[in-house]
Each structure stands twice: as structure tokens, then as C-alpha cells.
Design a protein around this ligand. Structure first.
Ligand code: ASP
Length: 298
């Protein structure tokens, strides 16, 4: 049994048709690898690169900007064999997920952040790339003008404090979980974070057990409000429950709990039997899967 499920972020989806087309294209690319008995890790990396390269999604090109109008991205990858790699607050890279994979495969470290992550990427031969889009510049300007940010009650004060540091003038992480022909599960997650975040902020997408987790039984990628996801260790929590329940039931249980705590998030997951599952406490989530030759897109 092989299976692939991907997400393009939870929250309000502004460009629904573009997002649907992006998810569909991503599923087809990832599936091509799994169907030829390729590895789950290659399938999730291909899927996440496709989503990172699509400006509709908040990862790679089209990432949201921090309060200084910079792109700082987080990404992580994990396999059911227990391997994990992540980068946080990395800049000027086209595909942070590939840097996370290199950290997993080429070092004994789990997480590299900021300048150190960029230095590593350079050493590994990644070229510089500007993932900033005009559209995101406009969106952040508007948010600053409005002076309100759902996730920071003290946003106005932070704008004042950071305004002289300014150098220049979405909800929507992306993720993928795959089960391959060899019974290995891989999970990859990548994000630009939260629009208007403070420079240096790292969310759940770089944290093991929060935005990304895999065990020999299940794999989960999360999206949504990073701080709440980290506090609740959402991906790990679902994987723990998947020891006793199928993945959809495990996700349902965790989502019910998170709703009570007002945690705004979404998850996708699959288990070793090839069951897939998804859930969200937000208004919407972009997601889709392929299994048994059948493709479903949200
Ligand atoms: N979880 C991401 C973060 O907080 C944002 C998202 O999923 O859109 O960094």
C-alpha cells in the first residue's frame, strides 16, 4: 500500500481555485515517485518543493514577510526510521525543505537557524534566491497600516519599537506525508511563518513533534498558529494516539481537544496501513491525497 497526502495551509484560503490546482499538480508529481517504487522521502521533498515554488502558498516563493519586510522560513523533515532535520529563520533560499533534508543527511544536528542555517546551505552548494513577492509587500503594508494582528495583541507597540529597524520597503504552511512501497513513512513541512512576525521567530514547522512528526506507525504535518501548535505538540500527539486508533480517528480526537483550547490549526496524516486523515479547527484548509489510484482535492 502506498499513499500520499499534502496540505497547503489552514486558515482562510484567498485564491481557492489556484490553491486547488497547485495541490493537484503537487499530488501528481509526488505520486509519480511513489508509483515507481520510489522512496517516501523523495516523494515528500518533491511535493513540498512544488508547493514552495508556487506563490499561492506561504512557503518558499510567496512566503509572508516579517515585521522588517524580510522572508524568514522554517522547514523540517522526518522519517519513520527516526531521522529528523530542520532549518529555522533561513533567508534567501528557494527550497528550505531541501536544506532541512541535507541537515538530516549530512550532519548529526537536528536544527540549524538564522545565519548558521544560511552558512550551511551555502556550504552545501545552495544558491541565493529571493523568495519575496510584491504581493506580500503590499499585504504587510496594509497590515501595518491597520495596526491589528490577530496573533499579537500588542502588534501596534511592536510596530513602533521595530519601525526604526526597518531595512526596506497568510496563514499557509505547506506539508506532505507519504508511505512508500518499503513501508517507510516520511513527513515534510515548510513555511514562511506568520505575516508581521518578529525577526528571528521560529514556529512549529521547524520543531520536532510540533509541526512534523513520524513514527513507524504514523506521520503527521501540521499548519496554523505555530505557538499554539508547539504548546500542544500537535503532530506528536496525533502519532501517539495512532498507536491505538486509525489516523483519522486520532486526528479527530486531537482536533476536538484543540477546539476547546482555541488552537487554530490543521493537520494531515497517514498511518502504516495506508489510511489517510486530515482535520482543522480553522475556517478552511487546502489539502488533497492520492491513494488506491484515486485523487481527492479539497
Ligand atoms: N504554522 C506556521 C507558523 O506558525 C504558519 C502556518 O501554518 O501558516 O510558522
Amino acid at each position: 500500500m502506498i499513499a500520499l497526502i499534502v496540505h497547503g495551509g489552514a486558515g482562510k484560503i484567498e485564491e481557492k481555485e489556484e490553491a486547488r490546482r497547485g495541490i493537484e499538480k503537487t499530488l501528481i508529481k509526488g505520486w509519480e515517485i511513489l508509483a515507481k517504487n520510489g522512496k517516501a522521502i523523495d516523494a515528500v521533498c518533491t511535493a513540498v518543493c512544488e508547493l514552495e515554488d508556487n506563490p499561492v502558498f506561504n512557503a518558499g516563493t510567496g512566503s509572508v514577510l516579517n515585521l522588517l519586510f524580510e522572508v524568514e522560513m522554517d522547514a523540517s523533515i522526518m522519517t519513520s526510521e527516526g531521522h529528523f532535520g530542520a532549518c529555522g529563520a533561513i533567508k534567501n533560499i528557494k527550497n528550505p525543505i531541501l536544506v532541512a533534508r541535507k541537515i538530516m543527511e549530512e550532519t548529526d544536528h537536528l536544527l540549524l537557524v538564522g545565519e548558521g542555517a544560511n552558512m550551511f546551505a551555502k556550504a552545501m552548494g545552495f544558491s541565493e534566491y529571493n523568495p519575496k513577492t510584491e504581493k506580500e509587500i503590499e499585504k504587510l503594508k496594509k497590515l501595518i497600516e491597520k495596526g491589528e494582528n490577530f496573533y499579537f495583541p500588542n502588534f501596534k507597540k511592536l510596530i513602533e519599537l521595530y519601525k526604526n529597524l526597518k531595512k526596506e520597503e497568510k496563514y499557509g504552511t505547506v506539508g506532505a506525508c507519504a508511505l512508500d512501497y518499503y513501508g517507510v513513512i516520511a513527513v515534510a513541512t515548510s513555511t514562511g511563518g506568520i505575516r508581521g512576525k518578529l525577526p528571528g521567530r521560529i514556529g512549529d514547522s521547524a520543531i520536532i513533534g510540533a509541526g512534523t512528526y513520524a513514527t513507524p506507525l504514523a506521520g503527521v504535518s501540521a499548519t496554523g498558529h505555530g505557538e499554539s501548535i508547539v504548546k500542544n505538540f500537535v503532530a506528536k500527539e496525533v502519532c501517539e494516539l495512532a498507536k491505538n486508533y486509525d489516523i483519522q480517528t486520532a486526528i479527530n480526537i486531537v482536533m476536538e481537544e484543540l477546539k476547546k483550547k482555541n488552537c487554530l490549526c490543521g493537520v494531515i496524516g497517514l498511518d502504516i496501513k495506508g489510511n489517510i486523515g486530515h482535520g482543522y479547527t480553522t475556517k478552511d484548509m487546502a489539502w488533497g491525497f492520492i491513494k488506491d489510484g484515486k485523487m481527492i482535492v479539497f
